[in-house]
Design a protein around this ligand. Sequence first.
Ligand SMILES: [Zn+2]
Length: 186
Amino acid sequence: MSLLKHTSEDKALSKILKGQDPDRKTQVGWSSALEEKNVEQNTEEKERKERIAKILQGARMPLWCPACEHPMKHRLDRKFWTLHQKCFDCVIKEQTKMRAEGTWDAYEQQRLNANRLHYLMDLEQFLVEAWTSIKNPEFATEVGTIERWGGLDIAVVKEDIHKELEEVRKILREIQDGTANTDSQG
Ligand SMILES: [Zn+2]
């Protein structure tokens, strides 16, 4: 609720306490505050769905690297996409450049790796959440209309989540085992 509404409620309260009628404008404010609550709930649900749709778009590796526009066909591109949203070549070039410029040090590397680990753990949790929410591809809304998951093909969506989860868990396992070279190998 906005500060403005608190203020109008406070004003109304002080008027009531003084034995005056709260003005019309304030009453409108109250009823719209109730409406706002419903809108907030709908917005939350909408935002949740949009968040899932967005991450699924991000999870699906494009055919071309968005940074260099080359086809994503290196065997490590999938892994590098998950970690960096770029192709293998782009990440290697970036890191080589950083080393040449002396901007790549152990601290930076450690920080980046810690960020990636957090990102992957968040992503894993999110994908599990998405998988759970997506069990019913169609659901009736309060007003009785049937909604689909933003028009996405549910089978493709589920496959994407599954692939992405497998990839994320594989990378997480590698990091935990210390077998992942998260510097040059992702
Ligand atoms: Zn690239």
